[in-house]
Write a protein that binds this ligand. Structure first.
Ligand SMILES: Nc1ncnc2c1ncn2[C@@H]1O[C@H](COP(=O)(O)OP(=O)(O)O)[C@@H](O)[C@H]1O
Ligand SMILES: [Mg+2]
Length: 160
């Protein structure tokens, strides 16, 4: 499965979907998330991070390029690429080392694609016409990675 779409009808459901994805990830995996203001990215990332049973408080991404969570077995890094000047700044802050050391979730990752691995999972979030509490989520495995396609297969099956 290269891609699939799912609708979330509540904040809780968005967080639940995020936590199910997170469970399949391991060191070196990269997820990028995109969507207009109010699409639900922050809620998704919150659910994603909560699933790791971290000891640290989950920090609002408002001020930092990267928030690091190292209390779980595998470190988890939450980036906001929107705050970077350019892709080069990602390299300057040691971005490549982060990607190798842990699981990374990158808001607006498509802004820095030139410095990201060729293989990654993208989540596109958007508001839905149906209902104020409804959001469209599209999951895409880029780079024809067997690993990421396998993860999306399992995630889709779990959500069906
Ligand atoms: N199904 C849903 N999933 C996520 N957020 C939702 C959903 N339905 C309504 N919302 C609301 O949409 C807003 C999403 O905000 P946020 O997660 O901060 O978005 P972003 O980070 O993309 O700007 C919140 O006010 C939230 O309550
Ligand atoms: Mg946000």
């Amino acid at each position: 499965m290269k891609d699939f779409k799912v609708i979330s009808n509540s904040v809780e459901r968005t967080k639940e979907i995020a936590s199910k994805l997170a469970k399949y990830l391991k060191k070196g995996n990269v997820v990028i998330i995109t969507g207009e203001l109010g699409a639900g990215k922050t809620n998704f990332v919150q659910g994603f991070l909560e699933s790791f049973n971290l000891e640290e408080d989950i920090i609002s991404p408002t001020y930092n390029i990267v928030n690091e969570y190292t209390s779980a077995g595998t470190p988890v890094y939450h980036f906001d690429a929107y705050k970077l000047q350019d892709a080069y700044e990602f390299l300057q802050i040691g971005g490549e080392e982060y990607l190798e050391k842990g699981i990374s979730i990158i808001e607006w990752g498509e802004l820095i694609l030139s410095v990201l691995p060729k293989e990654y999972i993208q989540i596109k979030m958007s508001k839905s016409e149906d209902d104020v509490n409804s959001r469209n989520l599209e999951f895409i495995a880029y780079g024809d990675s067997e690993e990421y396609m396998g993860i999306l297969d399992k995630l889709k099956e779990e959500l069906d």
